[in-house]
Design a protein around this ligand. Structure first.
Ligand code: ZN
Ligand code: ZN
Length: 586
């Protein structure tokens, strides 16, 4: 249940998109020539995009229309459909071959986004079967916590949004036609968090400088929103209680999976090829882990007899090593302690340039965001230069002693370091800061999840290669286990959604072949039911980055400079690795 996660669905958190005017441009070669006409077209496109999808604007940190709460009804979908069709037709007129490379790739990204919007509306149609898509909290929280305007102005925007709350939740309910049981239960579990967010905003409103009559209106709207959420949850609970035998299965099937993989991952490989590559990678990792196990056995298990079979031996050693973990109450302190160490290492080993003016804040995951991922990075959007980056860690205070112990063993002494590399340094946090300087707003806004996750996974490996953690067999064994998790994520996501793999087989692969705890296996099964394709982004992006680095080493020979490779790679914003590859050609 504690796992890194970036982006769940098209509508969920665009929280990760970066870029800011306040940071100097990266030390790239002279800015590439721009086609002025296309630059104008892409500006006009973005203006239309923000109008069509106001919550995407909020996610990107653009608050000029913060007061506008869209109601997810048929008219709204029709407007979005028309927006996508109009711009698809308009962009079809442009001959990409006439554009400089960076703009050519921007054009591809915009076209992909438009095709994805249309496909989601007319083919995937999760708005009819995923009740958890409806939750106003993400934007309300962003407006409430942003610093783009004084508190009172933000509260007025929130108040206007809340006026649409009852219509929002009743349109949501009207959209639900054949919900999956899994997403219905998720919505029922998450929406009370939306209620507590309303309560804290309400308290701030009453304590603010709003006029007495504004406060009265605010309080009334809050009440109406509470009631709307309660009604929505009650209706979902009733639907779930009826548990129709013909409820939609959560498995999306091959046709939807292949298409979604194409839009979301944008890899040089298709879904099935990526799955096949993951099967090979799994075998390679297990062979390496087997060797490391032979090496480490005497140190941790002395003369204890080895059980039959490769995976049993590896598992027994990892179990023994996992006893080395922090105490339950030390989790946050340990995460906080490690961040500066990682930063120090990255700088002193010339791996990357860091930006101390944008520090990382470790905090407990806000309540309404809990439920799917245990750790995540919440970074400012492209128009939100000054906002802090948060490292959200879901607390384990409410877990039973057994659950907490299982969690702490999983994030043992070695694994905790790898997690922090992934989430923070040099992973997500650092990548997003670099992406902030991207000269292409399009690449920042339409960030590619596989590039983002791939970079975080690559970052772990790069740190170990540089000697972090002492280049010990322990560190490499735990890294292999962690990497095996990305690989297994890919195998399981495809197996569950396309090949109909059973819950028992999923959990058995996780526990017996990927060395996950029962807790982790349960959490992963839950995530497999609630998401699709996203779990393949780690392995997909990672393997493409590794291949690109090999290619660059080969072509540059002695000229290859790792720091330069990293900074150039990160300078294009979170474009698909395939696109970055074409931009890095000399
Ligand atoms: Zn991640
Ligand atoms: Zn213990």
């Amino acid at each position: 249940m504690f796992e890194n996660l970036i982006r769940l669905t098209l509508t969920a958190s665009l929280i990760l998109v970066p870029a800011s005017q306040s940071i100097a441009a990266p030390a790239l070669a002279a800015p590439a020539a721009q086609n002025a006409q296309f630059a104008e077209t892409s500006r006009a496109f973005l203006d239309a995009y923000w109008r069509a999808l106001p919550d995407a604007a909020i996610g990107a940190g653009k608050f000029d229309e913060a007061a506008r709460q869209d109601i997810p009804d048929a008219a709204s979908r029709q407007r979005t459909r028309e927006f996508a069709a109009t711009w698809t037709a308009r962009l079809a007129q442009i001959d990409g071959a006439t554009l400089p490379p960076s703009q050519r790739s921007d054009l591809l990204l915009i076209k992909n986004e438009l095709a994805s919007i249309a496909w989601n509306l007319d083919t995937f149609r999760s708005y009819t079967w995923n009740p958890a898509e409806y939750n106003m909290s993400e934007s309300l929280d962003a407006i409430f916590n942003a610093d783009y305007a004084p508190l009172e102005a933000r509260l007025r925007a929130i108040s206007q949004r809340l006026a649409n709350g009852p219509a929002y939740y009743s349109a949501a309910l009207a959209n639900i036609a054949n919900q999956t049981s899994e997403h219905t239960r998720l919505a029922i579990a998450q929406l009370p968090g939306a209620g507590s967010l309303l309560d804290s905003i309400g308290k701030a409103a009453q304590a603010s400088q709003l006029t007495a009559s504004e406060k009265e209106t605010f309080a009334l709207r809050l009440q109406q929103n509470h009631a709307a959420i309660d009604t929505y949850v009650a209706a979902l609970t009733a639907l779930e209680r009826q548990a129709p035998a013909n409820a939609r299965p959560f498995r999306i099937g091959k046709a939807l999976y292949d298409a979604k993989f194409g839009y979301d991952i944008q890899s040089g490989f298709n879904a099935e090829q990526t799955y096949s590559r993951a099967l090979l990678a799994k075998e390679e990792l297990l062979q390496r882990m087997q060797q490391l196990t032979q090496q480490l056995w005497p140190k941790y298990l002395g003369n204890v007899a080895k059980p039959e079979g490769r995976t049993r031996q590896i598992k027994m050693l990892i179990d023994k090593m996992s006893e080395n973990h922090v105490a339950r109450g030390e989790l946050f302190a340990e995460v906080r302690r490690q961040i500066p160490q990682l930063e120090q290492w990255v700088t002193s080993h010339d791996l990357l340039t860091l930006d101390p003016s944008h520090p990382l804040i470790v905090r407990e995951t806000p309540v309404y965001k809990r439920g799917v991922a245990g750790a995540s990075i919440d970074a400012p959007g492209p128009f939100q230069a000054q906002r802090a980056t948060y490292y959200n860690v879901t607390p384990i205070d409410d877990e039973t002693p057994e659950q907490a112990e299982s969690f702490l063993r999983e994030y043992n002494q070695w694994m905790m370091q790898i997690l922090n590399m992934h989430e923070a340094v040099p992973g997500h946090y650092v990548q997003l800061i670099h992406s902030n300087r991207s000269p292409s707003l399009i690449k920042s806004v339409f960030s590619n999840g596989a590039m983002i996750e791939g970079w975080a996974v690559y970052g772990e490996r790069m740190m170990l290669e540089s000697g972090y953690g002492g280049d010990t067999p322990e560190m490499w064994l735990m890294w292999s286990k962690w990497n095996l998790r990305s690989v297994t994520n890919t195998i399981l996501d495809y197996s569950v959604h396309v090949l109909d793999m059973s819950e028992a087989d999923v959990k058995s692969m996780l526990v017996n072949q990927a060395f996950q705890s029962d807790n982790e296996a349960n959490g992963k099964w839950r995530r497999l039911q609630l998401t699709s394709v996203q779990l393949t982004s780690y392995f997909s992006g990672y393997t493409e980055i590794m291949a690109l680095r090999d290619e660059q080493k080969k072509s540059l020979g002695a000229q290859f400079d790792q720091k330069k490779f990293h900074e150039t790679f990160l300078s294009f914003g979170a474009a698909p690795v395939n696109v970055i590859r074409s931009l890095m050609q000399p």
